[in-house]
Design a protein around this ligand. Structure first.
Ligand code: ZN
Ligand code: ZN
Ligand code: ZN
Length: 191
């Protein structure tokens, strides 16, 4: 191990509670520290700026990569090819599924409550609030969601169906009916 004059001086400063950087101020009161308050503060600022710059640079790089993938019609997260040109999302189905799972897990961790536990206790499986009263009209089963989550889910479904109608020019129900009656085989307009 190197023990030149510099190292010895450093050891001497620390041993005598002098600041190891400026050699002037008393570092004794700072338990186990070898820098005086002002040098320690400078050091902290330096590190903070260093990490902030590094984080900013990484964020910029990530953003550029996402933009590049987006421009090429690739998943902005993993770079995989997206299903079709009309595909409305920026990430592939795999990344979207992973993302959803992560979001759900994060929510569960935050609430300290798993879906299974909520199911067991007869609470809204999505958020843990008391469930919507009554039973589902078409199955007679109890609701598994609270009023708010149920309304959210219904609105999402409605939106999805509207998007479907927009895309195919036919309602989801109509298409299913067509499919079931095999209109396609007779040259119908079903996609
Ligand atoms: Zn100092
Ligand atoms: Zn992806
Ligand atoms: Zn809910």
């Amino acid at each position: 191990m190197d023990s030149g004059p510099e190292i010895k001086y450093h050891a001497w400063l620390v041993k005598n509670h002098w600041c190891a950087r400026c050699g002037r101020q008393d570092a004794r009161t700072l338990s186990g520290k070898y820098l005086c308050f002002s040098c320690a503060e400078k050091e902290r600022q330096y590190h903070r700026a260093y990490y902030r710059d590094a984080a900013q640079m990484q964020a910029r790089k990530n953003k550029e990569l996402r933009e590049r993938r987006k421009a090429q019609g690739l998943c902005s997260t993993c770079g995989a090819a997206l299903p079709t040109q009309a595909y409305p999302y920026r990430t592939c189905p795999k990344c979207r599924a992973r993302r959803r799972e992560l979001d759900t897990r994060r929510r569960e961790i935050r609430s300290g409550f798993s879906r299974e536990l909520r199911e067991e206790q007869g609470l809204c499986v999505k958020c843990g609030a008391p469930r919507k009263e009554g039973t589902r009209p078409w199955t007679g089963e109890a609701y598994k969601l609270c009023d708010r989550c149920w309304a959210d889910a219904a609105a999402g479904l409605k939106k999805g169906r509207a998007a479907y109608q927009e895309k195919y020019g036919i309602s989801y129900g109509q298409r299913r009916w067509n499919h079931e009656h095999c209109i396609r085989d007779q040259g119908g307009a079903s996609p």
